[in-house]
Design a protein around this ligand. Structure first.
Ligand SMILES: C[S@@+](CC[C@H](N)C(=O)[O-])C[C@H]1O[C@@H](n2cnc3c(N)ncnc32)[C@H](O)[C@@H]1O
Length: 219
């Protein structure tokens, strides 16, 4: 996601500090001591590459029974998500949404093993050139990181507009021995899409009539 550098980005992020995990040592106790981050212990759901935060905010409002962590590596993009979360705070009486600014490649350094119930990857960068395959968030190296932080039987939910990334992901899931619970090449036309929360990219692509690819797998 490209974005012009935000004016006063640091100040704007600081104004939303209550929703930002700034001390990642707290994440190392996610399983045993979530209350360093959230007011209540609930299953942890994590979105990686949350962009401007539509999905994370929508899911946190729709599912007060879960705690959400939305991760984004570009701070100016995360700033938009944080401001969106702050504006909708009154819709989340359970205060169940936090953001982490960082790169998924460091997940294992931060997150306690076997503490996350579900990971969401929404419209991840496809990195179409073969030489960049290792940067794709469904490359087996990333899947190994997810396996480490997910609880036993934890799940990964993928949505994308990109057929190449979808096909690659399905091959990587198989190579890692993951169980495919659901897959579709036109997700919005399936009953599974009921209650679906759209991301910014998803709203844009589907308004152009493009099909959305979706898979759900179990580790
Ligand atoms: C194409 S955008 C999609 C944004 C949003 N999920 C949506 O569907 O509207 C992908 C986002 O993932 C973020 N991202 C890519 N690689 C990442 C990584 N390794 N760790 C964290 N975020 C990443 C990018 O900065 C970008 O904001």
């Amino acid at each position: 996601m490209r974005m012009r550098k935000k004016k006063h980005g640091a100040e704007r992020i600081a104004a939303c500090a209550e929703y930002l995990i700034s001390d990642v040592t707290h994440l190392s106790t996610l399983g045993s001591n979530q209350t360093a981050i959230f007011p209540a212990v609930r299953p942890i759901h994590m979105e990686i590459g949350c962009g401007k935060g539509n999905f994370a905010v929508g899911m946190a409002v729709a599912h007060p029974e879960w705690n959400f962590i939305a991760m984004e590596r570009v701070s100016d993009v995360a700033c938009c998500a944080l401001e969106k979360a702050k504006a909708a705070a009154s819709d989340r009486p359970g205060d169940n949404l936090r953001f982490l600014i960082g790169d998924a490649q460091f997940l294992s350094d931060w997150v306690e093993p076997h503490s996350v119930s579900r990971i969401y990857l929404n419209f991840s960068d496809p990195w179409p050139k073969k030489g960049y395959a290792k940067r794709r968030l469904t490359h087996r190296n990333f899947l190994a990181l997810y396996k480490n932080i997910l609880v036993d039987g934890g799940e990964l939910y993928l949505k994308t507009d990109n057929e190449g990334l979808f096909d690659f992901s399905m091959e990587e899931f198989e190579a890692m021995g993951l169980t495919v619970l659901f897959s579709s090449r036109d997700f919005h036309k399936t009953p599974e899409a009921e209650g679906n929360i759209m991301t910014e990219y998803e709203a844009n692509f589907s308004s152009q009539g493009m099909p959305i690819y979706c898979a759900r797998v179990k580790f």
